[in-house]
Ligand binder design. Structure first.
Ligand SMILES: C[S@@+](CC[C@H](N)C(=O)[O-])C[C@H]1O[C@@H](n2cnc3c(N)ncnc32)[C@H](O)[C@@H]1O
Length: 505
């Protein structure tokens, strides 16, 4: 779906918001290594996960508040990443079915219990275009077989506000000078092309470097608290959908249309994006929450994530960015808070992986070897739940969690806390299951960094005052001594003249 825009540029506009969003920052270069297409990365895994939100705009232009008592995540306190040896193989049998949902059209529902980490869909595109330009869909559509056309035509149709599909059709597709077409034919063709583009726009996901519509995956509805993760897997050239948490029978499978960083958008931003590009108002638990807890938590998460990003990769005007930790220890604490808040929001997506990677990275800097190891292992578990075991493409570019584990292991060996041949092992109690979720500071509380800044400023003012006082006293002393000296000189001279009157000039 040229789903509303979790594109990078959009993310930049939400300027307080998030990691991969600092144009020209060091991170931007780092992320390129691991990016699988949507650009939302923080130096860790990121496949083409965004349902291509807003990616076809170019075409259209042709015209801790982590409050554990209020968690959307029923598994926040008991969640255990799946042990690798228990990891289920990709399932062949469908564990879901298409059902009508009040106010949403059709949707996919679990027909049985689906444990976290299960691959629920693995699907090749029905209709794929190589770029983010919707008019490219017409040619491949015409080449579909009749059955495939039928499958495409029955998908949901919505024309996003920002797309003038008729105009696009006139500009790019219809040859109005074609004498074999009369006016009626042209109008009919334009309407047909506009229909195909509209359907493509609201059903596509990122695939390879372009976009694709899928017979099954395109039936997934949106939630800001998704329970599945979709991603394009270039190794197998298919889109996979994994259950990121345990899903009960009859529960709806929902992904996010907002891409990874959509987690950090506030409600008004999410609602506007979804309304303009998909024509619906989200009623997921996060959007329906009127207590302000989710909203505050997401704002705080956004600020903390951005502060950590600036801390690690630098950024423009970073003095004015709140929540930039001053030390590795503070950074670790913030990364841990971010993890707790993501868990409380019920987010088990690749954003959680990124937070674990950040925690592990700053733990290394803080020489907290145990946490560096534990968070690296946690990241691998979540990555496995989100992307499955087929991450050859990520391994190839060194972005997979497994690669990070090896880097951490080498650091531990270098620090002489591990033997050269020793493997990283999971500790008995994973941090996020044994650690009680701490209530977070409310968003308007001064951050530790702000506090430290204020106190440093006060100290500097004090020091300047006392230096000024000191200088004034020294000046006074010098003046007094000069006068004394002069007085002594005059007295000496008078004495001299008195004793030797003959020498008087
Ligand atoms: C990719 S389709 C999803 C499947 C669609 N419901 C169908 O019937 O085929 C996207 C469309 O589904 C609907 N939709 C998706 N998520 C929704 C939600 N959370 N609430 C209401 N409608 C939703 C919107 O109409 C949107 O344009």
């Amino acid at each position: 779906m040229a789903l509303p825009t979790a594109t990078e540029s959009e993310t930049f506009n939400l300027n307080h918001i998030y990691f991969a969003s600092i144009p020209g920052s060091q991170h931007e270069q780092t992320s390129a290594i691991s990016d699988r297409g949507d650009g939302h990365t923080i130096g860790t895994i990121s496949r083409s996960v965004s349902p291509s939100v807003g990616n076809s705009d170019d075409l259209s232009t042709s015209s801790s508040s982590s409050n554990s008592t209020h968690s959307f995540n029923p598994q926040a306190s008991s969640f255990k990443p799946m042990s690798w040896s228990l990891f289920p193989p990709p399932t062949a049998a469908r564990q879901f079915e298409l059902r009508k949902v009040e106010g949403k059209g059709l949707g996919l529902f679990a027909t049985s219990y689906i444990p976290a980490g299960t691959r629920v869909i693995c699907e090749a595109p029905l209709l794929q275009i190589p770029d983010n330009a919707l008019h490219l869909a017409w040619g491949p559509y015409c080449r579909l077989s009749n059955d495939q056309k039928k499958a495409f035509d029955v998908l949901h149709h919505f024309k996003p506000e920002h797309l003038n599909t008729e105009q696009v059709s006139r500009t790019f597709l219809v040859d109005v000078n074609d004498s074999s077409l009369d006016e009626e034919d042209v109008e009919e063709l334009i309407q047909d092309q506009a229909r195909v583009m509209g359907t493509f726009a609201c059903n596509n996901f990122q695939a390879a470097k372009g976009l694709a519509v899928f017979e099954t995956t395109s039936r997934l509805n949106h939630s800001c608290v998704p329970n599945v993760q979709h991603s394009w897997n270039p190794s197998i050239k298919q889109l996979t959908v994994y259950a990121t948490r345990d899903i009960h029978a009859d529960e709806e499978l929902c992904t996010t249309y907002l891409g990874g960083p959509g987690v950090y958008y506030v409600r008004s931003q999410r609602i506007e994006l979804l309304r303009s590009s998909y024509g619906f108002t989200c009623t997921c638990p996060a959007c329906a929450d009127n207590t302000g807890i989710s909203e505050g938590r997401r704002q705080l998460m956004a600020n903390i994530a951005y502060g950590l990003q600036v801390y690690q990769y630098g950024g423009q005007g970073q003095e004015s960015v709140p929540y930039v930790p001053a030390t590795p220890v503070m950074a670790l604490k913030q990364a841990e808070d971010l993890i707790c808040m993501l868990l409380d929001e019920g987010i088990f997506s690749l954003e959680l992986c990124k937070a674990y990677r950040m925690a592990s990275t700053v733990a290394l800097a803080a020489k907290n070897w145990e946490k560096a190891r534990d968070y690296a292992l946690d990241e691998a578990d979540i990555e496995r739940n989100c992307l499955g075991p087929e991450v050859a493409d990520l391994i190839k570019v060194g972005a997979a969690a497994l690669c990070w584990i090896e880097q951490v292991r080498m650091c531990l060996v270098k620090a002489k806390v591990y033997q050269p041949e020793q493997k990283l092992k999971r500790r008995k109690n994973p941090a996020h299951t044994s650690k009680p979720l701490k209530p977070m500071a409310t968003p308007n509380m001064p951050s530790p960094r702000k506090k430290a800044k204020a106190s440093a400023k006060k100290q500097a003012q004090k020091a300047q005052l006392s230096a000024e006082r000191e200088a004034k006293a020294a000046e006074k002393r010098a003046k007094f001594e000069a006068e004394e000296e002069e007085r002594r000189e005059v007295a000496k001279r008078a004495e001299f003249e008195k004793n030797y009157p003959a020498l008087r000039a």
